[in-house]
Each structure stands twice: as structure tokens, then as C-alpha cells.
Design a protein around this ligand. Structure first.
Ligand SMILES: *Cc1c(COP(=O)(O)O)cnc(C)c1O
Length: 394
């Protein structure tokens, strides 16, 4: 036997009994079976065995269970990104002739998938005002199959009354003819600020890229549900798509999960303090953060959550401040870097033209930026922002 073969079919087995605190990384495409009979009996759907890497490994099964616990759900599935988790829900449940309802302040790629991909398959998207349950009622039709929600909304952080939105759907005559599914993107809540299943939603999507990672170095998403039939449908669509995650990446999320609650609370505290302080700045017209009384949906947030919030703050400047001045403001910050995503170690800043993103309009005039607070200290972040705000008054 040549070395080459010996190196592949080697006798050595490490001793049994190794227990690390961390979950081992089990990398595989091929998983070996002890005999042909075992292949026939092997079941990946109920997670009782391993068949092939795309269907799961001990590392990914473990992460699924922990995400289900985080979400307060019976089942969780993992996808390669938060966006892929959103599109899995669409693909599992929508068919030609259906309508999907999307809140107008949704994570924009959710809307974009509907308008560009689902549209080609004969599925129509409608956009509703998430702060007005009556508007949602008007948008429902016999074709409605799926209603997306997001708490809080992307970029502008309006906090909707999700139980009221669910009630509108469940009491509608259309949902008596055919089940209308509800899915919430609750990335902002991190599984910490609230449990979306308490509000009567069917499915929860979470970009694990954000808080569960907490390190800005891995992309992943999850879809959770406590409904067995929905779970099985999601699972089969995921399997047919060939969408799966790698064990190395699952392990990075497992590492992050153990500290998620502490990180969420710590950054929440800094963010709420900064949001209140920013509100007092003369160059600022309005601050968007659900802890602030005049931020849209403040009352819903107060009533429906643990009064905890993610690291995001929206800042609307006075209408006489120009776009170029705000571009300079963003470029000149020393502790706020320019970049997408959030819930990582570094604070981030980005300007947004909100009106251009909204199909149902945007009530405000003025330049808008979104801040994502990182793990730096509050005083240093405040000093950097203060310098910027002061320069706007000159
Ligand atoms: C970031 C984000 C996503 C997408 O997650 P990716 O892993 O970056 O694809 C989806 N929804 C919300 C609310 C997000 O903030």
C-alpha cells in the first residue's frame, strides 16, 4: 500500500472521551455509513441521523437547536445569509397568482426580491404602511398568501403593533378561505428584546450576521417556526435549493451566541443614552429610536417589548442642512466607519435618501443618517459626534 492510501485509510483513532466546552466543527460533504442497510434507514429530516453535508452535521444541528431556543420556537433552519432566509420563506410558500404583502419600511432586499424575482414567477408584491393596521386590512385580498412584518423597520426604526397586524389578518374573511401566513423579520430584536411568537406570527427570520455573530465576520440567517407543517415545507424547499451552511461558520455563530444577551444589553444602554443626547443637538430635527417618545411606534415598543433595543439610531437633520454637508459629516468621523450591516464591534455611519426607498412616501424633509453603535465606549463616541455636530453650526 502506498503512503497516499495509508494517509487516507489510516488505523489511528483518537481516544474517546474528549469533551471541549465548544461545539466541535464537523466538516463534511460525504458522511460514511457503516452498512448499506444504514443508508436506507438514515433520516435527516427529523435530525435523527446524518446523510450528506447539505442536510446537516453535528455542528449545524446543534446551532439549529440553540437558535430555536433563542427564538422561542420548536424548529429552526439555517441559511447562508439573512437575505437567503427571507427568500427561503417566499419560495417555500408562494406560487403563481399569489400576493405577498411587505411593509414599506422593510429591509430593502426583501422588497427587491419580490419585485424582481417573485414577479417573474407571477407573484405580486404590495406594500403596506406597517404603522396603520387599517392600511394592511385594505391591502389584503383573496390572493394574499404571505404577510411580512419587521420590528423595528429597517433604517427608520418605526416599531409596529405586530399583534394588531396579526389580528387584522386572522380576522379577515380572506383568511377564512385560505390560510394567510405571517412572517416577521426580527433581526433588530436579536431574540432578546421580544419573542415574535408571543404575538401570533407563524414564522420568524433572523439575520444571524448581526447580533448572534456580533463580530462582523460571518454571514448567516435562520428561519424559525413552531408549526410542524410549515417547518417541513421550509425544510424541503431548502433541501431542493441546495442551500446550506458550512460547519466552520456555524461554529463562529455558536461562539457568538454565548455572549449575545450581554452584548445586546450593553450596547442597548449606550445606544439609548446617545439617542437621547443626540435629540438635544440644535442641528438635529428628529431622532428615530423606539425609546424616544416621539419616535414612531414608541408606545408599541414600550408595551410589547422588554424595553430593550438594538444598536441603531436614525438622525434627521434640520432641513436647511445640505446633502454635501452630511456627506462630509459622515466622512470625517473618526470612530464611526462607513459600512453596511451592524451589531459588530465597530460603530458605523451611513447616509440614506429615505424618500427614494419608500413606495408609500416619507413624511419628512432633511438629510438622514443611520448610526450603528459598536462596542466602543460611550464617552468617546459622544465626543466624536459632538465634534461633528459642532462643525455643522459654523
Ligand atoms: C442585515 C439584515 C438582513 C440580511 O442579513 P444578511 O445576512 O446581511 O443577508 C435581513 N434583515 C434585516 C432586518 C437585516 O438588518
Amino acid at each position: 500500500m502506498k503512503k497516499q492510501t495509508q494517509l487516507i485509510h489510516h488505523d489511528y483513532q483518537p481516544p474517546q472521551g474528549f469533551e471541549s466546552m465548544s461545539v466541535p466543527v464537523c466538516q463534511a460533504s460525504t458522511i460514511l455509513f457503516p452498512c448499506v442497510d444504514a443508508i436506507k434507514k438514515s433520516q435527516w429530516q427529523d435530525r435523527s441521523a446524518y446523510t450528506y453535508g447539505t442536510h446537516g452535521t453535528p455542528t449545524t444541528f446543534t446551532l439549529e437547536q440553540r437558535i430555536a431556543t433563542l427564538e422561542g420556537a420548536q424548529h429552526a433552519l439555517l441559511m447562508p445569509s439573512g437575505l437567503a432566509a427571507i427568500t427561503l420563506v417566499d419560495m417555500a410558500f408562494l406560487q403563481s397568482g399569489d400576493e405577498v404583502l411587505i411593509p414599506d419600511n422593510a429591509y430593502e432586499p426583501n422588497a427587491s426580491f419580490a419585485l424582481h424575482e417573485l414577479a417573474r414567477w407571477g407573484i405580486q408584491a404590495r406594500f403596506y404602511d406597517p404603522m396603520d393596521p387599517e392600511d394592511l386590512r385594505q391591502c389584503l385580498s383573496a390572493a394574499t398568501r404571505l404577510v411580512w412584518m419587521e420590528a423595528a423597520g429597517s433604517i427608520t426604526l418605526e416599531f409596529p403593533d405586530v399583534p394588531a397586524l396579526c389580528e387584522v389578518i386572522h380576522s379577515s374573511s380572506f383568511s377564512k378561505q385560505r390560510r394567510i401566513l405571517t412572517a416577521v423579520d426580527h433581526t433588530w430584536g436579536g431574540g432578546i428584546a421580544y419573542c415574535p411568537f408571543d404575538w401570533g406570527v407563524d414564522i420568524a427570520v433572523h439575520a444571524l450576521t448581526k447580533y448572534p455573530s456580533g463580530a462582523a465576520d460571518v454571514l448567516m440567517g435562520s428561519v424559525s417556526t413552531s408549526d410542524q407543517a410549515l417547518f417541513e415545507a421550509l425544510q424541503m424547499t431548502q433541501c431542493r435549493l441546495g442551500a446550506c451552511i458550512q460547519a466552520q461558520e456555524a461554529q463562529l455563530i455558536l461562539r457568538g451566541l454565548s455572549t449575545i444577551e450581554m452584548r445586546y444589553h450593553a450596547v442597548d444602554s449606550t445606544t439609548q443614552t446617545l439617542a437621547k443626547w443626540i435629540q438635544s443637538q440644535p442641528c438635529v430635527q428628529k431622532v428615530f429610536h423606539p425609546c424616544l417618545e416621539d419616535s414612531p411606534g414608541h408606545e408599541n415598543w414600550k408595551r410589547l417589548t422588554q424595553q430593550k433595543a438594538a444598536c441603531l439610531i436614525g438622525v434627521l437633520f434640520q432641513p436647511d442642512i445640505s446633502e454635501q454637508v452630511i456627506v462630509d459629516f459622515c466622512n470625517q468621523r473618526s470612530l464611526f466607519s462607513l459600512g453596511y450591516s451592524w451589531a459588530g464591534p465597530m460603530s458605523l455611519i451611513l447616509p440614506y435618501q429615505v424618500a427614494a426607498l419608500r413606495r408609500r412616501g416619507w413624511a419628512y424633509q432633511g438629510q438622514y443618517i443611520r448610526l450603528a453603535i459598536g462596542y466602543e465606549d460611550e464617552q468617546a463616541l459622544q465626543a466624536d459626534l459632538q465634534k461633528g455636530f459642532d462643525s455643522l453650526l459654523k
